[in-house]
Design a protein around this ligand. Structure first.
Ligand SMILES: [Zn+2]
Length: 348
């Protein structure tokens, strides 16, 4: 038998599923988090799945909500905790990556600060009550309302060979063709902070432009079922994840001027180092700032919005991962390389 599962005031006995809301005190306001606890009747790992860490990312929320209704405790080995809306102020009031409450992107401040701003307190609560204690953490995102994106699974190398191997295998299990790794587990992303605590953690990015799309949500639920089978939480069905290409973050390109952005690429395009990927035009005098990519590779996400300001991320490029080169980190670890661009960009 498994043990009782509790989060806040919610409780699920072994072999039961509990759905409800947990109120989290953020200092100046309270956030009500929807949570589903599925406590299996047989032992196994504890898996935590979050969506809605960012606002404006509808498909992951849709997929996580669907999963809460589909998972039944008598089919589960271990425990699954699902939070479809991890950041209610950003999801319900802003539809942006930053919270309208304090302007903070929660996915830059994990593991949070219990005495900090409301968003920092929320991160601290999520980290202490959901993520800490998990064996596996899956964080669901997609391209925001102004981002094009090619689907990928991301994770961070920690230097612990057993953990990195387990996470690599988990990343391959979702049925998503491209897996991108970051060479360091530094930074305030939830999956990076989890990896630093020895939790096998992945970021799953499926969908773009903040679109709601039932077919994509169902595809993502299928991927989650495959991952749960891989983890032994659900019984295997004989299917495999399929072939995967591995990448490492190579460059994030940011705007240097205010103006109108005219990209010349689509998400998923392969580009050579130095290639022109777009122009920022000053609407006052039509002055043009050409934007070139500092690294060759594949464009995994890019700015779709017309209006940009200095520092806005225009494109993120990953290069094919060659594990043999990992022994020569200088190849990858020049400044800004090998770090998920989701880390570097204050907006996304
Ligand atoms: Zn996101």
């Amino acid at each position: 038998m498994t043990e009782q599962l509790t989060v806040g005031a919610l409780r699920a006995e072994p072999g039961t599923k509990t759905r409800g809301t947990v109120s989290v005190d953020l200092g100046t306001l309270t956030a009500d988090l929807p949570l589903t606890l599925v406590n299996g009747s047989r032992p196994g790992p504890r898996v935590v799945i979050t969506a809605g860490v960012h606002g404006g990312e509808f498909t992951p929320i849709d997929a996580a909500a669907r999963l809460t209704t589909l998972l039944e405790p008598d089919e589960v080995c271990g425990q699954v905790i699902i939070c479809p809306v991890a950041n209610p102020p950003a999801v319900y009031q802003g539809r942006l990556n930053i919270s309208p409450v304090d302007g903070v992107n929660i996915n830059r401040v994990f593991p949070g600060d219990p005495d900090g701003s409301p968003t920092e307190r929320l991160a601290a609560w999520l980290f202490a009550h959901l993520i800490h204690g998990a064996d596996v953490y899956i964080d669901l995102h997609c391209g925001g309302i102004d981002q094009v994106l090619r689907d990928f699974v991301g994770y961070r190398l920690t230097g612990d060979p057993d953990l990195d191997k387990a996470t690599s295998e988990l990343a391959r299990s979702f049925g998503i063709e491209d897996v991108i790794l970051g060479l360091s587990a530094e930074g305030g992303n939830s999956h990076a902070a989890a990896a630093r605590r020895g939790i096998s953690a992945v970021l799953v990015e499926v969908g773009e432009l903040g679109q709601r799309d039932g077919a994509t949500a169902r595809r993502r639920v299928d991927g989650l079922f495959q991952a749960l089978r891989h983890l032994g939480v659900l019984d295997p069905d004989g299917a495999t994840g399929g072939d995967v290409s591995e990448w490492v973050w190579a460059a994030g390109v940011t705007a240097e001027a205010t103006g109108l952005w005219y990209p010349e690429f689509s998400a998923g395009d392969d580009v050579a180092e130095g290639a022109l990927i777009g122009r920022v035009i000053d609407p006052a005098d039509n002055r043009e700032h050409k934007v070139h990519t500092p690294a060759g590779g594949r464009l995994f996400y890019g700015m779709h919005g017309l209006t940009v300001a200095p520092g806005d991320e225009l494109a993120a490029i990953a290069a094919p991962w060659d594990p043999d080169r990992a022994t020569r980190p200088a190849d990858y670890q020049t400044p800004g390389l090998g770090v998920a661009p989701d880390e570097a960009d204050p907006r996304s």
